[in-house]
Design a protein around this ligand. Structure first.
Ligand SMILES: [Zn+2]
Length: 250
């Protein structure tokens, strides 16, 4: 992984600095610069899932279409309506569920599955501090979500999406132990903070290119409101919307 190479380089630079420049007046300046640089790269690497800095995620698929993903559901007021819009257009998407919400609304989970969509694991808790969870706690959180999904649907989850797209070395252990594949995105819609429908739609359509994986959320009305226009845009421009497995699996 990239972070191991960067960390090794950082350590080598620090050693070299102590060996060759310890007496030099620029020593502390160079040391501080190196530490700040390393910390900045590490922070950016954990927030930029596309960098594949700590773990390998699938951030785009084959150039044969695009795939839509919805995170953070189920949300009773939104998810069912999104399912209706998708069904009308004959589109299959992926829903990265939060386990504790799935437990509350098993009927919606079964509805998602019955409509032919894919279910993914978006952790049990979606805890704000999940990035600080220990190796064991992180694994247990994802396992709890997978178990709940399997209990409800009888299906095993094969895809996970790290909450907030934040990754760290402990995710390596989750992927190894669960056999799940980490799914990132190539287009982040920022729909949860969007206020203007046209701007949101434009932000997505202006970035659409073959193989795109689009990050949306089935938690806000604005996503539901722009969805028909987004599906229509794809249809008008001959952009096929494919299930995730079709787009990314060989
Ligand atoms: Zn999320």
């Amino acid at each position: 992984m990239k972070h191991k190479i960067i960390t090794a380089l950082f350590i080598l630079c620090i050693i070299a600095l102590f060996v060759f420049l310890y007496q030099d007046k620029s020593f502390f300046y160079l040391l501080a610069t190196l530490i700040i640089l390393y910390l900045t790269i590490t922070a950016l690497g954990s927030y930029q899932i596309k960098w594949n800095y700590f773990i390998k995620s699938v951030n785009e698929g084959k150039p044969e279409g695009i795939s839509l993903t919805f995170d953070d559901g189920p949300e009773p007021k939104v998810t069912k309506k999104i399912l209706d819009v998708l069904e009308l257009a004959g589109v299959k998407a992926t829903f990265f569920l939060i386990g504790k919400k799935a437990e509350q609304y098993p009927d919606i989970i079964n509805l998602i599955v019955s409509k032919g969509h894919t279910i993914g694991n978006h952790s049990w808790s979606h805890h704000a501090g999940i990035g600080m969870f220990s190796k064991q706690k992180l694994l247990a959180d994802f396992n709890q979500c997978s178990q709940k999904i399997e209990e409800i649907t009888g299906q095993k989850t094969v895809y996970l999406r790290p909450p907030f797209g934040v990754t760290n070395p402990r995710y390596e252990n989750v992927l190894k132990n669960t056999g799940m594949k980490s799914i990132g995105w190539s287009i982040r819609s920022f729909d949860t903070s969007a206020k203007n429908e046209q701007k949101l739609l434009h932000r997505i359509t202006s970035q659409l290119k073959p193989g795109a994986i689009v990050l949306l959320h089935d938690t806000k009305d604005i996503t539901l409101d722009i969805l028909p226009a987004l599906l229509n845009y794809c249809k008008q421009n001959n952009i096929a919307i494919k299930p995730l497995a079709e787009l990314i699996e060989t």
